[in-house]
Ligand binder design. Structure first.
Ligand code: PEP
Ligand code: MG
Length: 547
């Protein structure tokens, strides 16, 4: 048995096979190759191997998911033989006298860009396929295994690091746990792990090689340990703890259907954070009163190109309908910093967290912002949608948002498109917004405090930098004072204020937040019932008197 330490992101115990995750994107260098024929011979044998892999994937899929779903692997096999694709690789190898890896990567990029630009939906979808086969060929040429997306059983994923875009693309039913060597506990990947309610560690010092890949592992999210090839004794102890935790969860289920009200009658709204409509099932299972933060940028991160207004409309509508009249707060696009989306073609920045992100992108690229707003306003006819704007720092931004909203409504009117009047609120996640929250409160319907960024910007600590985790103190009095001040200013202006950052789920602070008068806590679905338990057991008056 070998034991490695990491930092815990979400507790719980996972037991299963470890799978070392290799990045889908292969690093390709352009090198001069003197002998094009031998490069092309390598290409031919890589193609043979790719065809073998695709055939076995097709057979497996046919058995498990039926012919219609397996067909994609047939399409990939045909693409391997596509004349234009093969000619392009050959021309680059011969014409430029370069290595075949470079020719495959360049062809994959060129063809997928060409497909993306086509009008026909079917052809546009082929862009991802052509990229996929190029990645497969590159993996074979580099002597690496193909991507992990094809795991047959749920596994513990061990990776160097995972970007949010990679995490959202993993098949959630197939992931027991995440363990990454790099990455910070406050990153969006960590937030996703909490949302998925799976034990996760970052900063784990384990080797990502055959000594780990395919071996049995145990992740203990509470102690931050990962055991590789555990001994009998450890395995039994962990199985026992896993059983106890399942029992505790079971007990919490009894709190379903109860109102979130303290012993002395103070109510608080307990909402859920989600990143995808697939998370709605968890929202319902955990009895959330609403959705307090739908991170809409994950819709953009999952895609190879801008999601259209229609695509977004269908998703927001589904969320609104599923929640059947309960509030669904959808945050407008918060891309940038760690959430990078290739097709936005953003320039390299020295300080991306202080850079071109969130509302700053929306206000300077109104065509992107308007498509999302049109989808949101239209979808609000089907339920109780509220819109929330991220990274606000000034009253001028709100004025500009209002102007754009006005234009969007006029456009919808002109096209006789029905739309609702969703509530519109803002995130308080910069010290500037907190300090002028008295003025901002007069302009909006609600506040939601983003403590993840508020902590980062207040303490000048990059939330992405694992070396700074010990300095990232969300309990810092400066952060807590700001929260209290924002809630007071909201109430003075007659609006409500909640918390949707990770601190909202910190059970050591639930009583304090109730004492501050926080109206809403929006947390990962798995935290709703444990917090409800605390709310039901708290007497706020007594807590304040005892302070
Ligand atoms: C926050 O900053 O607290 C927040 C909820 O937004 P995100 O974590 O997505 O930046
Ligand atoms: Mg934020």
């Amino acid at each position: 048995m070998r034991t490695y330490d990491g930092k815990s992101v979400f507790s719980g115990i996972a037991i299963g096979k470890i799978r070392v995750y290799k990045k889908d994107v292969q690093q390709v260098k352009r090198t001069k190759a003197g002998d094009p024929e031998s490069e092309l011979a390598r290409f031919a044998s890589a193609k043979e191997e790719a065809a073998r892999q695709l055939k076995s994937l097709y057979d497996k899929a046919l058995k498990e998911v039926g012919e219609a779903n397996a067909a994609i692997f047939e399409v990939h096999q045909m693409m391997l033989e596509d004349l234009d694709y093969n000619e392009s690789v050959e021309n680059i190898v011969r014409g430029q006298e370069v290595n075949v890896e470079y020719a495959v990567a360049a062809t994959g990029d060129n063809f997928s860009r060409m497909f993306s630009a086509m009008d026909d939906d079917y052809m546009r979808e082929r862009a991802a396929d052509v990229k996929d086969i190029s990645e497969r060929l590159l993996a074979i040429l580099n002597g690496r295994k193909a991507s992990t997306a094809e795991t047959e059983e749920p596994v513990i994923i061990a990776a160097d690091d995972l970007a949010p875009s990679e995490t959202v693309q993993l098949d959630k039913d197939m992931v027991l746990s995440f363990v990454t060597v790099h990455g910070s506990a406050n990153s969006h990947t960590a937030i996703l792990a909490r949302m998925m309610e799976i034990p996760a560690l970052v900063g784990a010092g384990l080797p990502l090689d055959d000594s780990v890949d395919g071996k049995l592992g145990i992740v203990d999210g509470a102690s931050g340990k990962i055991y590789v090839e555990p001994d009998e004794d450890t395995l039994n102890k962990m199985r026992e703890r896993q059983r106890e935790e399942a029992e505790k969860k079971e007990l919490l289920q009894r709190l379903k259907g109860r109102e979130n009200v303290t012993l002395d009658g103070q109510k608080v709204m307990l909402y859920a954070n989600i990143g995808n409509i697939k998370d709605l099932a968890m929202v319902m299972q955990n009895d959330a009163e609403g959705i307090g933060l739908f991170r809409s940028e994950f819709l953009y991160l999952e895609k190879e190109d801008y999601p259209t207004e229609e695509e977004q409309f269908q998703i927001y509508k589904q969320a609104a309908e599923t929640m059947a009249g309960k509030r669904v707060i959808i945050r407008t696009l918060d891309i940038g910093a760690d959430k990078q989306c290739g097709y936005f073609n953003m320039e390299h920045e020295e300080n991306p967290a202080l850079g071109y992100r969130a509302i700053r992108i929306c206000l300077t690229r109104p065509e992107v912002f308007k498509a999302q707003l049109r989808a949101l306003f239209r979808a609000s006819v089907f339920g109780n949608i509220a819109i929330m704007y991220p990274m606000i720092t000034s009253i001028e931004e709100i004025k500009r948002i209002k102007e754009i909203v006005g234009e969007v409504k006029a456009e919808l009117d002109a096209h006789k498109m029905p739309y609702g009047e969703p509530e519109q609120g803002i995130m308080i996640e910069t010290p500037a917004a907190a300090l002028i929250s008295d003025i901002l409160a007069r302009e909006v319907d609600f506040f939601s405090i983003g403590t993840n960024d508020l902590t980062q910007y207040t303490l000048a600590v990059d939330r992405q930098n694992p070396r700074l985790d010990e300095f990232y103190d969300a309990h810092h009095p400066a952060v807590l004072r700001m929260i209290s001040m924002v809630v007071e200013n909201a109430h003075r202006a007659g609006i409500w204020a909640g918390i949707c950052g990770e601190l909202g789920a910190d059970q050591t602070l639930t009583r304090e937040f109730l004492a501050m008068g926080v109206d809403e806590l929006s947390v990962s679905p798995g935290s709703i019932l444990p917090i409800r338990k605390i709310v039901l057991e708290t007497n706020v008056g007594e807590y304040k008197a005892g302070k």
